[in-house]
Every structure is written in C-alpha cells, then in structure tokens.
Write a protein that binds this ligand. Structure first.
Ligand code: PMP
Length: 454
C-alpha cells in the first residue's frame, strides 16, 4: 500500500499517508513536499537530523538556512531557558528590554539601519517594508526581480514564464502569477525586472519611476546567485536619482554573508532592510530597519511631518498601521541574541566560510573526475550545485539548466544520509564537522556511481 522512497523509510511513508488525510498534501508549506513522500523527522542534534525510522542525515537544509549553529546549540538553548525562567513567562505583551538590546545590536551591525521594527517572519518583514515605502513616497507600485522570493503573498508572487520562449524580452517581460488566487489588480502594481541586467532594468525604471515606490531585491538571489558588484552599485545610484527606495531583502543573507549582511559586503546602504531566519535563532522572526527619517513613519502618529506631498493626502488621518501579537517576542529575541553573539566570536564566520569552501572545492573536484559538467555557486555559507556549464546570473539562466541528473543524485543522497531537499541549495552551520564534509563528498561519489551504473 505504501511506496516508501526507500525500504528503510517505511514509517515516514506511513506517517505521511496519515498526514495527507488531515493536511492538504500532507505538508504545512508547499515547498516541504518531496515526491513520493517527505521524510518525517523526530530528533536532531548539531549538524544531524534523525527521522522516525532512526535514519541519520547530515542536514544541509538547516530549516532553510535559519539554523546557522545547527540544531540545539547549548548557548542558544540556555539563553531561551534563562529568559523564560527569569521572566516567568514566554511573552509579556508589552515593551521589554530585549527589544531595545536587539535593535541596538542590529543598528551597530547593519550600515543602513538607524531604527528597527520586529515582525514574526521574513514574509511579514518584506510586506511591512513595502508598505512603509509606499507611504513614504506616496507611490503605489513596486518593482521586483524575476525569480526573487520575498514571501508568498499577493503583490510579490510574480515572475516570468520559466519557458524561455514565453518569458518575453528582458525590457518587456511577460509576467506570470506564481499562484492561483491572485487577482489581477495586485499584479498590475508590480513591475518585473531582470536581475544582473542593468541596461534593461534602467530602461524599465526610467519609464515607470513616477509610479514606483520601491525596488525590493535579494542581494543574492535564492541565497546563491550574487548580484554583480557593478549592478548593485549602479542600482543604488539610479534608485537615489529616481526617488525610488531600495529595499534589500536580507532574510537569507543577513548574518550569513557577514554579520552586517550583504550590504556590508557590497558596501551599499539600502533605504530599508528586511531580516529574518538567523535573527530568530531557530524561532519565527522578522525585522525591518532603515534610516530614522523613513522609519519614523511607523511612529504612533504616523510621522506626519515627514510625509511627502503625495502621501500626505493619502494618510491625512491615519498612521501607518503595523501590528502583531508576537512582535518582539522576548523568548525569540533571547535566542536571536545568543545566536548573534556566537557569530561575533573571533574566527567563527571565517571558519564557517572555510568549511563551506572546502566542501565546494571537493565536490567540484569529484564531479570533474567523473566527467560531469558541474559548478558550485554562492557566497559565504550557502551555495548551490549546478550541473551545467556557462554563467548563471539570474532566473532565466537557472530555468535553462537541465536538472534531471541533479535530481537523481539528490534522491540517492537522501538514501545515503545527506539531507537536502532535491534541487535545493546547501546551507552550512558552525556545527558541521570535517567528518561531515568528508562523508558528504563520499556520499556524492556513491550517488554518482549509482546513477551512472559504474
Ligand atoms: N525573503 C527571502 C529572501 C527568503 O529567503 C524568505 C524565506 N525563504 C523570505 C523572504 C520569507 O521568510 P519567511 O519564510 O520567514 O516568511
């Protein structure tokens, strides 16, 4: 009756079958599905996940990059326990000290930040940043790049057709909604731009600048396709010239490219930054930060004195609305602060990068030994494996890559105890060891031999 991915994953298959009856598709987020069934986990420690059948996996998903110190790091655990014990509660529902402590920390690390507000996810952070930008500029449209992810809500679930023939010219892309249930009026307010293509981006922006409040972008698309330095710098100058706010979505790159995110590495100051993932130390979190001038629009009086002429009429009687029962959750912030403190230890980040580079180098060497076209791309502690030659600089380049062999290898890797969702990127943590890396390279070799029958 059950068709487990592997005989040793029977319980996972059974539990998934049960879940499917009460949860659509058996998953709590579409992306968590793996065909024929996801692997159901029940324990974790450091760099390892253990499933319900007691199989062990080296975890390269790390909850989509959030767990930069791996599972159950002692300092993070202790910070959480101490916070709850001392507070006598999980949450106050009122202001508390850690909110300011964390805000001060973020401001000291992120060049573009003078003030901070918290949310409960990365999605909420980008959503809030866009609302702030619209209120501040008095303009209603936004621009985003093809294939960039900012959370699954209506105005940003828009890309181009992955079929190259149907994607349209880069200066005149054919937008396609990325979900059912998206009324056209949302999409009409979103303009699509080609990533790492400044001439086309500039043309589109100049033609629409009067309507565009902000550009939102992942500085490193999907966590692994970096913005070219020149592209980022040119975009910063152009947006300044055109009165368009630049929002850097650093949900993935924050605390991963550097303690001060991608903005530190690229040497640019965005108008607004969205954070999430690592910031919560494994708990749900998000935050936005920006200059005092812009962020004060979030003050209880709506920052009426700083509104531009257009926005003034729009918001005469209303402050900019931002709320959330769990915003600035003390337990979450305690975990986040402990996580950041660990990253501040000398050499921690460098060691993590060196470990990541070592894995990438060894994998590249291995695939080349087997005559397979392969490159790893990424920055810092996240990378992806592309089984193709040629430069990958945006969504359209990725869409052209034939992923069939990679997929076959990824399924073998799951059976061999290397956990990455098929075709997903690799995130590393400070808990990953040299032994994990060696085992991962061995597993790749075995997977290649299996799929190539050699
Ligand atoms: N922006 C980026 C760049 C992300 O990677 C993600 C999550 N993958 C989000 C926003 C949304 O964050 P969350 O899943 O916490 O809502």
């Amino acid at each position: 009756e059950f068709h487990p991915l592997d005989e040793k994953m029977r319980k996972s298959a059974e539990l998934f079958d049960q879940a499917k009856k009460v949860i659509p598709g058996g998953v709590t987020a579409n992306i968590k599905y793996i065909d024929p069934h996801p692997i159901v986990m029940e324990k974790a420690e450091g760099s390892k996940l253990y499933d319900v059948d007691q199989n062990e996996y080296i975890d390269y998903l790390l909850s989509y990059g959030a767990l930069i110190h791996g599972h159950g790091h002692q300092s993070v655990y202790e910070a959480v326990m101490t916070q709850m014990q001392e507070a006598g509660t999980t949450i106050f529902g009122t202001p508390h000290k850690l909110e300011t402590t964390m805000a001060e920390k973020l401001i000291s690390l992120y060049p573009g930040m003078e003030m901070v507000r918290y949310t409960n996810s990365g999605l909420e952070a980008t959503l809030l940043a866009l609302r702030v930008a619209k209120a501040y500029t008095g303009k209603s449209k936004i621009a985003k790049f093809e294939g960039h992810y900012h959370g699954g809500y209506d105005q940003v679930l828009l890309s181009v057709n992955p079929d190259h023939e149907k994607a349209g010219e880069t200066v005149k892309p054919n937008p396609v909604p990325e979900s059912l249930g998206l009324p056209e009026y949302y999409q009409e307010n979103t303009i699509i731009l080609p990533f790492n293509d400044f001439p086309s981006t500039e043309k589109i922006l100049r033609a629409n600048s009067a309507q565009i409040s902000a550009i939102i972008m992942e500085p490193v698309q999907g966590g692994f396709i970096p913005a070219e330095e020149e592209f980022m710098k040119s975009l910063r100058s152009l947006t300044e010239e055109l009165g368009i706010l630049l929002i850097l979505d650093e949900v993935k790159t924050g605390f991963r490219l550097s303690l001060g995110g991608a903005q530190m590495v690229y040497g640019i100051e965005p108008d607004l930054t969205a954070l999430g993932k690592v910031l919560g130390g494994g708990f749900p979190v998000g935050a936005i930060g920006g200059s005092k001038k812009i962020m004060e629009i979030l003050a209880p009086d709506g920052g009426k004195d700083i509104l531009t002429a257009g926005a003034e009429n729009q918001h005469k009687h209303h402050a900019l609305f931002h709320s959330g029962t769990y915003n600035g959750h003390p337990t979450v912030l305690a975990a986040g602060l402990a996580t950041i403190e660990l990253l501040e230890n000398e050499d921690t980040m460098d060691d993590l990068f060196a470990k990541t580079k070592s894995l990438r180098d060894q994998l590249e060497e291995l695939y080349s030994r087997y005559g397979i076209s392969m490159q790893t791309i990424g920055l810092g502690s996240i990378f992806n494996i592309i089984l193709a030659e040629g430069e990958i600089k945006n969504y359209r380049d990725m869409a052209k890559v034939d992923s069939s062999l990679r997929k076959e290898i990824d399924y073998e890797l799951l059976k061999l105890g290397v956990y990455t969702k098929p075709l997903n990127r690799y995130s590393l943590s400070t808990a990953h060891t040299e032994k994990d890396i060696a085992r991962t390279v061995e597993a790749h070799e075995q997977a290649i031999r299996t799929v190539q029958n050699c």
